[in-house]
Design a protein around this ligand. Structure first.
Ligand SMILES: [Zn+2]
Length: 290
């Protein structure tokens, strides 16, 4: 069932949890001293698994707007598209997105758009079905799959493929051969209520969705943030950010924008929906109940 639901004007957003895993803080934030985490572990206990591990969610989002059904990211995927080498990075966790969709009465064929926040393995896992003896086919047979061109190009580079084998061949490359891929070059309107906006840094083609409807605003942020501590500590760098300095700049800009607009935020690897709150001249994540 959805981990959280949100209505933004006429837009409905369901947060679907593909799974969760523990990540060693020292591996994913190597520049942040261990004791710097202490206040955030008290403030956001659900975001951690013990004193030394982040509890990372793998959220996908189902968005309904103007008759469209948009899926944001496809999670870790099943065993066929997420073999041992990739699973090991997140502790052998396998995704359950298709069960989550089924639980909310959505068939894969109902989805008309798959939008990628970026192309890391934990956001594209359910793209394709691999059945023995058959060529891969789109898991979402009626959908166009939308990716930023900059990510599409960089994730084909041998040095990037070497980091996450064999996810290009299993989850990405066949999309182009199957004719279901559309590449975006920058800001793009998906519906009159939903716009894809570049939020680079984590990857060069990272994008977020700006949702504006009925006088309300929300941002679906992909991996701009890895947990709520970065709402306060926008300078903390995540180890898999391809351009860490650009990531810092993007976080600062989006927080300024979200705070000034009183917008709701979704952080893929944290789960739930929240706003930017301010106390003692510091900004922090305030979960909203949905
Ligand atoms: Zn991610």
């Amino acid at each position: 069932m959805p981990e959280a639901t949100l209505t933004v004007g006429n837009v409905e957003i369901l947060s679907l949890n593909d799974n969760q895993a523990t990540l060693p803080l020292q591996d994913v934030f190597p520049e942040v001293p261990a004791d710097a985490w202490t206040p955030y572990q008290s403030q956001y206990p659900s975001g951690f698994s013990g004193p030394e591990h982040l509890l990372a969610h793998f959220e996908c989002y189902l968005i309904r707007s103007e008759g469209r059904t948009i899926l944001v990211d496809t999670g870790l995927g099943g065993a066929a598209s997420n073999p041992n080498s990739v699973e090991a990075m997140v502790g052998g966790v396998e995704g359950r997105l298709l069960d989550e969709l089924n639980a909310v009465g959505v068939n894969p064929g109902d989805i008309d758009t798959v939008f990628f926040s970026h192309l890391h393995f934990d956001h594209v896992g359910w793209n394709l079905l691999h059945e023995s003896g058959n060529s891969p086919r789109p898991t979402f047979p009626n959908a166009r799959y939308l990716a930023h061109r900059a990510d599409w190009e960089v994730f084909q580079r041998p040095e990037v493929i070497a980091l996450f084998p064999p996810h290009w061949d299993l989850t990405l490359g066949p999309l182009q051969d199957l004719g279901v891929l559309d590449l975006l070059d920058g800001e793009q309107t998906l519906t009159s209520e939903i716009t894809a906006i570049p939020t680079p840094g984590h990857t060069p083609g990272s994008m977020s969705l700006a949702v504006v409807s009925g006088g309300q605003r929300a941002y679906i942020l992909g991996d701009v943030f890895h947990g709520p501590a970065q709402i306060t500590e926008t300078g903390w760098k995540f180890s898999f950010d391809m351009d860490a300095d650009q990531g810092v700049a993007t976080r600062a800009a989006i927080i300024d924008r979200a705070e000034s607009e009183n917008a709701i935020l979704a952080i893929c690897h944290h789960g739930g929906f929240g706003r930017v709150a301010r106390a003692d001249n510091r900004r922090y994540w305030q979960l909203i109940q949905t």
